[in-house]
Design a protein around this ligand. Sequence first.
Ligand code: AP5
Length: 213
Amino acid sequence: MIIVLLGPPGTGKGTQAAAIKERFSLPHISTGDIFRKNLADGTPLGLEAKGFMERGELVPDKLVLELVEDRLKNPDTEKGFLLDGFPRTEVQATQLDKALSSQGTGIDHVVLLLVPDEVIVGRLSGRRVCKSCGHVWHMDFNPPPAGGTCPDCGGEVYQRADDMAEAIENRLLVYKKETGPLISYYEAKGLIRQIDGNQSPQLVQEAIFKALG
Ligand code: AP5
């Protein structure tokens, strides 16, 4: 099964991806996580992506497409995969479709998570993340343990540079302009499974599982 998680920043794509990958035994491919890992490791790809990410802009399509193409060559994707944060532009979506149809396959579901903008701002400004394993907390709903160290892996718990107020505002604008049009692109293909993301993580998860059948 091939699933795409679509939705504005902070709607819970990463949070729900953890449950979906477990339930359907799919590898979780998050382009944001891959860029952050490259950034932490100081690779040329990470350094190239850094400025775009910190400003809340999209990394150029060419870089993203190379990265995804490379990741999809991994044999763990043979029985399907879960894409999180990709595609994000029409160029990325059409290229993905071309690559999949050349292999005789295609996307099964596009899960669209929707949450009002004012809720998104609260979620992102309160988010804290482990630099090593990517575990996500929220200062109000699910606070990280005191001491700034991840209980799972010992990594540093930090606030993403793009979770600062100015970058959040820009990310929402970029989403509306660049990624919003993908909703009608996938609607025309009958793939959109729209989910109300403005409820508890457990209820969101149940709604997604129901939509995926
Ligand atoms: P990326 O990492 O993909 O960021 P994003 O899409 O902006 O998504 P987020 O990670 O911010 O949010 P999320 O929806 O996963 O929410 P989460 O579950 O963490 O991309 C980062 C950057 O990389 C981009 O800006 C761009 O520069 C670059 N990039 C990546 N992919 C690219 C591409 N394809 N093309 C070009 N550039 C690309 O939840 C958020 C918070 O809310 C957490 O604190 C969580 O605990 C809390 N929360 C979650 N669910 C709930 C709930 N139901 N109720 C209450 N709180 C909740």
